[in-house]
Write a protein that binds this ligand. Structure first.
Ligand SMILES: Cc1cc2nc3c(=O)[nH]c(=O)nc-3n(C[C@H](O)[C@H](O)[C@H](O)COP(=O)(O)OP(=O)(O)OC[C@H]3O[C@@H](n4cnc5c(N)ncnc54)[C@H](O)[C@@H]3O)c2cc1C
Length: 372
């Protein structure tokens, strides 16, 4: 039996895999580069397939209590506002998918996920620098001069994964030529302008999502995708320019323009992805989530795939004593589904027109057959 597992990165995938592995009896430490969790300005959709995993961590109710339960996901035509598809997310939909669909603040999700771990599981301020594999295990060295060892390492360290570079060589991610604006502001700033609980406005080559982020509906979240070939590189995001943000939606329906105009500030994020990897593991190290398969965010399923990865990887490690066998089962089980999501995310067509999302939402990564 594997004794100790080091998870690199306390993102959504890293925290989920740590919680599930602890429940399966493994000794887990999560090493996170940030000095603490910060409440970054962003919301996230959690579809039923994510909530089914959260259920096994015992936090479905806590998320359900804080998140907004939209009655529908509404797609609108950019200029007329005409509804091109309305996906019901009511009680009947919840019964069909097996769990609710909610919108939450990422900070709330992080906080609740961390509460599912044993106290002291996350070691903050630990930026991984180097990995050394020996027959006995894996040595980790950190930027702060510290070191640690483990039997296995899970690279959940996101887009610019150090674990991925160790396994397969360093290569920069692919800039898509699009940026995302993100804005969060109090609902009061809408001055009574009504909004859908959860909607996406579809233009040609650009779009914007508008949704409430909390059950109390006191905060609105906007997240766009707009072509911008000029991203200079550097950090994960930069402060955005409000005039530029508003101009990007000139010509959209007046109701949408009023919503955009209500944002008092905005940030700008580059959208990256990477081509598929031929393998997801090597020796004693394995990847999950964005470290392994960063996807275009147009299906709102990047985190969902990281969380499903976490569930399948934890089950594979619990079921197979030989880590090499466990990693192969994990990869064989995950690849077809991740590739399906990659293709649809890239096409940016998800929920624009009528479609049955049952194949995505009804999937229970804690019960689905493992592919040996
Ligand atoms: C604009 C936008 C909107 C999105 N909206 C959605 C959505 O609605 N729904 C959805 O499912 N997905 C969405 N996504 C995608 C989603 O955010 C990612 O797919 C998801 O966060 C990936 O999770 P992860 O755990 O793999 O990586 P991350 O969340 O990136 O976490 C990686 C962690 O590793 C840490 N780390 C990195 N390097 C090191 C190191 N060397 N040492 C130690 N720690 C390290 C980081 O600090 C971080 O905490 C969106 C993405 C974008 C860009």
């Amino acid at each position: 039996m594997t004794k100790s597992i080091a998870v690199i990165g306390a993102g959504l995938g890293g925290l989920t895999v740590a919680g599930l592995l602890q429940r399966a009896g493994f000794a887990v430490t999560v090493y996170e580069q940030a000095p603490s969790f910060s409440r970054i300005g962003a919301g996230i959709h959690l579809s039923a397939n994510v909530m089914l995993v959260m259920r096994r961590l015992g936090i479905e109710q806590a998320l359900s209590d804080v998140g907004l339960h939209p009655d529908a996901f509404i797609s609108r035509q950019w200029d007329t506002g005409a509804v091109t598809f309305e996906l019901p997310l009511d009680a009947a939909a919840e019964a069909h998918y097996g769990a609710p669909y909610i919108n939450v603040h990422r900070g709330d999700l992080h906080h609740i996920l961390e509460s599912a771990l044993r106290p002291g599981t996350v070691s903050f301020g630990r930026k991984l620098r180097q990995i050394t594999e020996t027959r006995a295990g894996v040595g980790l060295s950190f930027e702060d001069g510290g070191a640690a060892t483990a039997d296995l390492v899970i690279g959940a360290d996101g887009l610019n994964s150090v674990v991925r570079s160790h396994l397969f060589g360093a290569e920069p991610p692919r800039f898509s030529g699009n940026i995302a604006h993100r804005a969060i502001f109090p609902t009061a700033l809408l001055n009574g302008q009504p909004i859908d609980a959860c909607s996406k406005w579809w233009g040609e080559g650009r779009h914007i999502l508008v949704y409430y982020m909390t059950q109390a509906r006191e905060e609105v979240y906007l997240v766009s995708s707009v072509p911008d070939p000029t991203w200079p590189g550097g950090g994960a995001f930069v402060p955005g320019d409000l005039d530029e943000f508003r101009t990007a939606f000139t010509g959209f329906h007046p109701a949408l323009q009023r919503i955009v105009a209500a944002a008092p500030e905005v940030t700008k994020w580059p959208v990256f992805d990477r081509p598929p990897l031929p393998r997801w593991s090597e020796g004693r190290c394995v990847l999950l989530g964005d470290a392994c398969h960063p996807l275009m965010p147009y299906m709102a399923s990047g985190a969902a795939m990281a969380i499903e990865d976490a569930a399948i990887l934890a089950r594979s490690l619990a079921d197979f004593d030989d880590p090499a066998e466990a990693f192969l089962v994990y990869e064989a089980t995950r690849t077809p589904r991740v590739e399906q999501v990659r293709t649809i995310s890239l096409a940016n067509t998800w929920l624009r027109t009528p479609v049955d999302p049952s194949w995505l939402f009804c999937y229970d990564a804690c019960e689905a057959p493992l592919i040996a």
